[in-house]
Design a protein. Structure first.
Length: 94
């Protein structure tokens, strides 16, 4: 799991730290290997048709990790070997 940080904000009065970025998760699903003849990219409501892990952040007071993929910038790419790359726009408040 990788979090690519795009922008951060700090509020010293409330001692808050807000991170805007993209959470990327990658895994291999052998059930998808050999089923495709090219890499496909899935966006929006169609992402819900695939199995996806449930990411969470222990130290975050608030996040959008549990919001539906149609509400945030998300996409899933599946290649011919069954490698899955899940990218989700994320906001974490710690």
């Amino acid at each position: 799991m990788v979090l690519s940080i795009m922008r951060t904000e700090m509020t010293f009065l409330f001692q808050e730290f807000k991170v805007f970025g993209y959470l990327r998760q990658q895994w291999k699903d052998d059930r998808l290997a050999g089923k495709l003849d090219k890499t496909i990219t899935i966006k929006g409501e169609n992402i819900n048709r695939l199995w996806l892990p449930d990411p969470f952040c222990y130290n975050a007071r608030d996040s959008n990790l549990m919001q539906p993929d149609s509400a945030v910038h998300s996409k899933v790419s599946v290649d011919v070997q069954g490698n899955v790359l899940y990218t989700k726009g994320s906001v974490l408040l710690t």
